[in-house]
Design a protein around this ligand. Structure first.
Ligand SMILES: *Cc1c(COP(=O)(O)O)cnc(C)c1O
Length: 381
């Protein structure tokens, strides 16, 4: 049986055209016309003055932290329910992460837990993650952070194209970042972007990303730099991908809705709620299993794997990671298990691949229904 993926690269028609153009003009460099065009097109799409394309989303978070002035010994808050790339760059700069819980019914940062943490610390920045394609409650979070004068880095690696009250995910913080890694809603094979309002920030980020070369005729350096720019070939792929982003979002939404309607009659399964203050990009469809039943996320994952179908646990929260064991954590609740840990314990990320056919998705659904002892259903699309 052909493997069904969680979320694999899905090329449109223009990517190869743009790559060929790069070859034909010999623009095989970490700069070039596709880089400039992709930056402009991305900035236009999200309606932000500046976008800087980079080698990865992680690189974008790293430079965002530098841009807001994070240095050694500073405290930086970060959502606990996320991928390690959200917070690892805090440690690259020798700063100290403090982790914040999710809010009930959502993957994303709890404004209440954030407020509690702000009573104890004055952070240099807050990294707010928009997980699985859904925006955090940005109005609440921005209001709290403004009150304390703390800049926000919006990690929208997974949520390009999602909206919150009409604004695009990634545009509501001081700085926003996106990822174009192979598993994301659109990909450049590997890559990322940083978006901001200030020309000065954009220039500084480009400077750091190109080895911090001072404008002299010889090589002159006053700061440590990085090799973080996106290649002209990758940017060509990105331009083609941006043209099919809306199509990908529409397909991801259909995938979510088919899961939702197919599991409606099963009490033990709930689809993760889609927030109502905007549109999700439905990057991954997440289901949760009722607590206390015999079937656990791992059972679902193994049952699917036996049929060559990829699924995953929800991200393991950062405050539960051995490498971050010494970091402070703020639970949404006064006591007991945190919201983020519940997601990890009960959640499964289901195949959400836009190349998956409806028939393939129905196979996934029947396997899960079977596991829960639900009768086979004539599912219609
Ligand atoms: C993928 C991802 C990143 C990192 O992006 P890369 O391009 O893989 O470096 C950061 N944060 C989140 C939430 C992600 O899912």
């Amino acid at each position: 049986m052909k493997r069904i993926y969680l979320s694999s690269p899905h090329m449109g028609e223009k990517e190869e055209v743009y790559i060929k153009e790069a070859f034909d003009t010999n623009w095989i460099a970490p700069l070039g016309p596709h880089v400039n065009a992709f930056e402009e097109e991305l900035a236009t799409y999200i309606d932000k003055p500046y976008a800087v394309t980079l080698s990865s989303g992680t690189a974008a978070i790293h430079l965002a932290l530098k841009a807001v002035g994070v240095t050694k010994g500073d405290i930086v808050f970060c959502s606990t329910l996320t991928f390690a790339a959200s917070c690892n760059p805090i440690c690259y700069e020798g700063a100290i992460p403090v982790f914040i819980d999710s809010e009930p019914g959502s993957f994303n940062m709890s404004p209440h837990a954030l407020q509690k943490a702000l009573e104890d610390y004055t952070p240099k920045a807050v990294i707010v993650v928009n997980l699985y394609g859904q925006s955090a409650d940005m109005d609440e979070i921005v209001a709290i952070c403004n009150l304390h004068n703390v800049p926000i880095i919006e990690d929208a690696a997974e949520s390009l194209g999602a909206t919150y009250k009409g604004r695009k995910s990634g545009t509501m913080g001081t700085i926003g970042i996106y990822s174009f890694n192979g598993n994301k809603i659109i990909t450049t094979s590997g890559g990322g972007a940083l978006v901001c309002d200030e020309e000065e920030t954009m220039k500084k980020v480009k400077f750091w990303a190109t080895q911090a070369k001072e404008p002299e005729r010889y090589y002159h350096h006053k700061e440590i730099g990085y090799n973080y720019r996106m290649s002209n070939i990758c940017a060509g792929i990105g331009r083609g991908q941006l043209e099919v982003l809306e199509e990908r979002i529409a397909k991801k939404k259909e995938i979510y809705q088919l899961y939702q309607s197919s599991f409606k009659d099963i009490e033990e399964i709930e689809m993760a709620p889609i927030y109502t203050k905007g549109e999700s990009n439905y990057w991954l469809s997440v289901m949760t299993l009722q607590k206390g039943i015999g079937v656990k996320p791992l059972d679902v994952i193994l049952a699917l794997e036996a049929h060559n179908i990829e699924s995953r646990n929800v991200w393991k929260p950062m405050h539960l990671q051995p490498v971050y064991a010494d970091c402070a954590f703020y639970n949404h609740y006064e006591e007991g298990i945190s919201v983020a840990e519940e997601w990890f314990n009960q959640g499964v990320c289901l195949p959400s691949d836009t190349k998956m056919t409806c028939e393939e998705q129905l196979r996934v659904i029947q396997i899960i229904r079977g596991l829960l002892g639900a009768v086979e259903q004539d599912l219609c699309i």
